[in-house]
Write a protein that binds this ligand. Sequence first.
Ligand code: C2E
Ligand code: MG
Ligand code: MG
Ligand code: MG
Length: 298
Amino acid sequence: EAKATGRDMACFYSVQTDKRALARQSLEQHLRRALERNELSLHYQPRVRAQNGQLVGVEALLRWTHPTLGLVPPSEFIHIAEEAGLIRTIGAWVLQEACAQWMRWRRATGPGAQALGRTVMSVNLSAAQLADPQLVPDVQAVLARLGMPASALELEITESQLMDNAHAAQQQLAALKALGVHLSIDDFGTGYSSLAYLKRFDIDKLKIDRSFVRELLTNPADMAITRAIIALGGSLGLKLVAEGVEDMATGRVLTALGCDELQGFHFSRPLPVPALECWAAGGASADLRAPVEPVVPV
Ligand code: C2E
Ligand code: MG
Ligand code: MG
Ligand code: MG
């Protein structure tokens, strides 16, 4: 009886595994052709100055519209792109497209586009890009070709990426800094890392991970961790950004705690270009654009 059940289970699992492997393989095959088929695009999420709600930056976020599955979230295809060796090509496209978009805004005359042309464009890097000796020359070439100032570009790197190959990463980051681009640590507080790297790497900014922000107002541990990150970042002279701000109350507390910039659904979801231009032109509701007033944290 128990044996039969065990056999059934084993059978069940292997069918599941086969299906999953097949689905993955098919995703990978599609992903290989996604770029040439124009299925990849970028959405942009605004980032605002905590003190006054003013637009200061946008983060480019990759979107894939699969011919039959529709929109596939990055959490489901970035790792496939990494494992399939596609991420360098895709990453290079993201960098080029995000910078080209920033330049279109820079030259545009509409009020939304003009405001966007004064922001800093953030682009996420993958581990493979950070390990690639072509990264620095590629970034430099994109900026030069487009005539974009390096100071308008920010690259986001996670802690685990830095720790994977700390020595190579240190040299890459130093070379990127020498170009004049800004560097930020994404999802800060969630990686396996030693704080010592904050001393070694020339970083400008920490992005406090969404997992601490989500329940900031109700979970004392999240509040304690967030305070500690802000204190640490502040005393190291780093800018602090909170990601995943979904309501005004959380935004106000983060501002009072000393966060410099806020990003999250409360301000805007990641948007395609036309919707973002509308938002930046003041198309959002008054409530969304209202300044975030500092209040005493609970
Ligand atoms: P990330 O860089 O930490 O980007 C922020 C993610 O949080 C985005 O998810 C964004 O939609 C989501 N988010 C922002 N505000 C809120 C909020 O208030 N509430 C909630 N629930 N979520 C919020 P997305 O676009 O699905 O991207 C997920 C991750 O995929 C990114 O996390 C980044 O690690 C990766 N990714 C996205 N685009 C790229 C890319 O071009 N290259 C690389 N290497 N990775 C990318
Ligand atoms: Mg990011
Ligand atoms: Mg993040
Ligand atoms: Mg994140």
